[in-house]
Design a protein around this ligand. Structure first.
Ligand code: PGA
Length: 252
């Protein structure tokens, strides 16, 4: 086991209103009262961030945004800026989720700017990467991940890297019920750490938390967390029910 503190993050995507989020927390906070050395993060929609932040203020649960624009302000209809999130007490932000890349055309170039601005504003970015089924079949997994990492992290240095969290999410495993085997998840996470080490140095790379995402459930979290280079999980579907997500958080 490494000495990196595990992170279990729940990505609610476009689910849960404020009323639903409050009802969830009623159950969830009791279930995770004794989590010990695990960081728990909930990632709700923008409209729920503020409410969730205040409802969790007496707990160890952190609240993250699912996206952020790189500009401070401007004529960008529908976008949310770093100072807007800071103002409501948000310190973590998911960047480059595959759904954002696929449906909202987020590019590696956008993400490089988002990562730089997030760090500048004092956020902890959770940068996502991962290959499609076709890319894996064609033996292009490493090439894709390397490109996503090196371009997404192009504007930062080794000291900043320690704050960055990487989420490895094979697209073929997201929402499909088809989890990567612990061996596949470990192999790619190890590769990610090697890329980071080559670019930023071994010490910096050793500090980075690498999360696995893609059909994580109470039944498979333990075996995933047993792997050397997997430091946590980014959970979609199974984070929507408080009892399931609490079981994942309490994986030990
Ligand atoms: P899933 O989603 O757990 O529903 O597969 C993971 C994610 O998209 O972060």
């Amino acid at each position: 086991m490494s000495n990196r503190t595990p992170i279990i993050a729940g990505n609610w995507k476009m689910y849960k209103t404020n009323v639903e989020a409050a009802a969830y927390l009623d159950d969830f906070l009791d279930l995770v009262a004794d989590i010990g050395n695990v960081e728990v993060i909930l990632c709700p929609s923008f409209t729920v961030l503020s409410e969730l932040r205040s409802l969790t203020s007496d707990s160890k649960v952190r609240v993250a945004a699912q996206n952020m624009h790189f500009e401070q302000e401007g004529a960008y209809t529908g976008e949310v800026s770093p100072p807007m999130l800071k103002e409501i007490g948000i310190d973590d932000v998911v960047l480059g989720h595959s759904e954002r890349r696929e449906y909202f055309n987020e590019t590696d170039t956008d993400l490089a700017r988002k990562v730089v601005e997030a760090l500048k504003a004092g956020f902890r970015p959770i940068l996502c990467c991962g290959e499609t089924d076709e890319e894996r079949e064609a033996g292009q997994t490493q090439e894709k991940i390397k490109r996503q990492l090196l371009s997404g992290l192009a504007g930062i240095d080794a000291a900043q890297l320690a704050t960055v969290v990487i989420a490895y999410e094979p697209i073929w495993a997201i929402g499909t019920g088809k989890t990567a085997t612990p061996q596949i998840a470990q192999e790619t996470s190890k590769f990610i750490r090697e890329i980071l080490a080559a670019q930023f140095g071994r010490d910096a790379a050793q500090q980075v938390r690498i999360l696995y995402g893609g059909s994580v459930k109470p039944a498979n979290i333990k075996e995933l967390m047993a792997e050397e280079d997997i430091d946590g999980a980014l959970v979609g579907g199974a984070s929507l029910a408080a009892s399931d997500f609490a079981q994942i958080v309490n994986f030990r």
